[in-house]
Write a protein that binds this ligand. Structure first.
Ligand SMILES: [Mg+2]
Length: 229
């Protein structure tokens, strides 16, 4: 299945680093603390668990707004919680330990690589820098595509743009990500081979449609080395 592969498109959050553990969980706790301080019946733990639940259907920021509204928390406090969730500066983060050696080996073996990440472009750019990935992915040659999720939730044009930057037909590209609803379904629709990284929010999600079913499942990035000789 992977013998024809010549290029790889990576996702960033929860694929190349532990975004859930390093950023999402502490951020939700900060937001929960602020909301809980404004309502006697809301504990930090409930505020945290409710964000986890609500974010599955509404996204993380909207989850904070809904929760705040449910508890009649004043808009300025909700705003403070949102700022605590999404601080301007990205905290200290590190890639999964096997990521940098794996990327080096893949490049050495002749694979072309690109990174497509969605979110706030400034924030995602800063993550790429802090993770030490600038040597591999740059905006100048489109091997780094920062997909602005406020403009569109559909990652498809960004994946197609990355494929174009690699100058490879979609059939020769492997796309790897942690979200079945996002990277997997989108890349599969484009005719790429798909790899699901078991991490983060959709770790235990079962495919809901045929397009959400990945071709390959992995638990760590270094497993790519046995798939791609
Ligand atoms: Mg991700």
């Amino acid at each position: 299945m992977t013998t024809k592969i010549r290029g790889i498109i990576f996702d960033l959050d929860d694929t190349l680093f532990d975004c859930t553990g390093q950023l999402t969980q502490p951020a939700r706790r900060r937001a929960a603390q602020i909301l809980a301080s404004a309502h006697p019946d809301l504990s930090i733990e409930t505020g945290y668990q409710q964000q986890v639940l609500l974010s599955q259907t509404h996204g993380s920021s909207e989850a904070i707004r809904i929760l705040g509204t449910q508890y009649n928390i004043p808009p300025n406090i909700i705003e403070k919680a949102l700022n605590a969730y999404n601080p301007r500066n990205v905290e200290a983060i590190a890639p999964f330990p096997d990521v940098l050696p794996t990327l080096a080996t893949l490049v050495q073996r002749g694979y072309q690589i690109a990174l497509v990440t969605s979110g706030n472009p400034d924030r995602q750019r800063e993550k790429v820098r802090l993770l030490g990935l600038c040597n591999y992915f740059t905006e100048t040659d489109n091997t780094l595509i920062l997909h602005d999720d406020q403009k569109s939730s559909d990652k498809q044009p960004s994946l197609a743009q990355a494929a174009k930057a690699l100058s490879l037909p979609h059939a020769q590209i492997l796309c790897i990500g942690d979200k079945l609803t996002d990277e997997i379904a989108t890349a599969k629709t484009l005719g790429m081979t798909t790899v699901h990284m078991h991490h983060g929010r959709q770790k235990n999600r079962k495919p809901q449609t045929p397009t959400e079913k990945p071709d390959i499942e992995i638990d760590r990035i270094s497993q790519l080395l046995s798939l791609l000789p």
